[in-house]
Design a protein around this ligand. Structure first.
Ligand code: ARG
Length: 421
């Protein structure tokens, strides 16, 4: 038994967190407990767990959190239709609060006084971890060894060699990658030049659209109260459903995103994402909402989506506002039940059909078939009279405003007269 304080480290098995185990033990005097969390990154966590112990952790845990992640973080965000800056489905950002929560839970279980993560001092993730842990467990210290030590990669490799720390055998990648079921993010290397097209080696989940099968594929997604529950008639658990669509979408090259993003820490960075399942599900979910939500709810919900995305991106998952927005979002999903048919083809996702038992689409109101039409054409006249009233009032007093209100016809008009008979 030691009297040393314990620290629970989110351990990925990579170089940074491996060096961190030893560095926190030797330099900070912690007993390090490693926690490796499976969010669907598809790596051998048993091997990672064993490596943690060989590297000097006093204990090592592995947790499969895939279901928790999809059910409680990814799908609620889908229901909100939240995309950061209109494009990023927030995969990494959604994983952080869950990891923070699991670190806190284990720290309490183990009687630890601190938790640790391997984030650098330049990204969003450090903010998300620090803020989330402080919100959940203000009594815990948050240690960020990679942010605090003054080592570059060569220094870390030297440190590893000197301390007999095995360096993970993964081929050295020029990119910084983070992945979970909801998406894969790639940054750095050649991507740091925003003018440079992403080289093919950036992508691991998605086929090049040009090489995807020309015929494409069709998929039918069933949603219940906003939650995806089946693909092509087969009921699937949340994590299995997302896995299925990542594979299907990946094969057809959908879900690639190339974005220059505004980071929370004030810099712009060029990010490439692969998120086939998220791309498909966002398209399907939005299509079902076009049938089942009123125009006003849809309009207001877009504002909420933006706020939700910002809060998640900024690490404020556990904030009162995010919680309150969830009450709104969940309430909007009451009738978002139905089926959406999509075509995936060479990088494109097209919604080609949608139906819902509580659809607000009324054929008898929409049809151009006179025999079936129940829409009141007479009422349209009165509606337009009043709808146009403020505009007529304004232009009659102040004139029609703007460039286009001037004469737009050419000076010389070519005029043909009807022949006199
Ligand atoms: N820019 C994204 C975010 O802040 C992804 C960051 C993931 N980290 C990485 N090393 N690629 O959520």
């Amino acid at each position: 038994m030691t009297n040393r304080q314990k620290c629970v480290l989110a351990y990925s098995g990579g170089l940074d967190t491996s060096v961190a185990i030893r560095w926190m033990t030797e330099t900070l005097g912690f007993d390090v407990v490693a926690l490796s969390i499976d969010l669907g990154e598809a790596k051998d966590l048993r091997a990672v767990q064993e490596r943690a112990l060989r590297t000097g952790a006093v204990a090592a845990y592995v947790v499969d959190a895939r279901r928790l992640f999809v059910e409680n973080f990814a799908f609620p965000s889908l229901m909100a239709e939240a995309l950061y800056e209109g494009v990023y489905p927030l995969a990494t950002a959604l994983g952080r609060p869950l990891i923070a929560k699991l670190l806190v839970d284990l720290a309490r279980e183990e009687g630890a006084s601190a938790v640790a993560h391997g984030c650098t001092g330049k990204g969003n993730d450090q903010v998300r971890f620090d803020v989330a842990v402080a919100a959940l467990a203000p009594e815990l210290q948050v240690v960020a060894p990679v942010r605090d030590w003054d080592m570059g990669r060569p220094d870390e490799l030297r440190y590893a060699a000197e301390h007999g720390i095995e360096v993970p055998v993964t081929a050295e990648s020029p990119y910084s990658v983070d992945a979970n079921l909801w998406g894969r993010s790639i940054e750095a290397g050649a991507l740091e030049d925003p003018w440079q097209e992403p080289p093919p080696d950036v992508f691991a989940w998605t086929a090049d659209a040009a090489e995807a099968p020309a015929r494409g594929a069709q998929a039918e997604i069933r949603l219940e109260h906003g939650v995806p529950v089946a693909v092509d008639g087969e009921a699937l658990a949340p994590d299995a459903l997302v896995e299925r669509l990542n594979e299907l979408g990946g094969a057809h090259g959908v879900g690639r995103i190339d974005h220059v993003e505004n980071r929370l820490v004030g810099i712009k960075s060029r990010e490439v994402y692969e998120a086939p399942a998220a791309a498909i599900l966002f398209a399907a979910h939005a299509a079902l909402e076009t049938l089942t939500l009123s125009r006003d709810v849809m309009r207001f919900k877009r504002i909420v989506a933006d706020e939700w995305a910002r809060l998640v991106y900024e690490g404020l998952w556990f904030s009162a506002l995010r919680h309150d927005l969830w009450a709104f979002v969940r309430s909007t999903q009451e009738f978002v039940t139905g089926d959406v048919r999509l075509r995936l083809q060479r990088g494109a996702i097209r919604v080609v059909g949608r139906k819902a038992p509580e659809s607000l689409y009324r054929h008898d109101l929409a049809t151009y078939d006179r025999a079936q039409d129940r829409f009141s054409h007479d009422a349209a006249r009165g509606f337009i009279e009043l709808f146009g009233l403020p505009l007529r009032t304004q232009t009659s007093v102040q004139g029609a405003l703007g460039e286009a209100a001037r004469r737009l016809l050419p000076e010389r008009l070519e005029r043909l007269e009807a022949p006199r008979g």
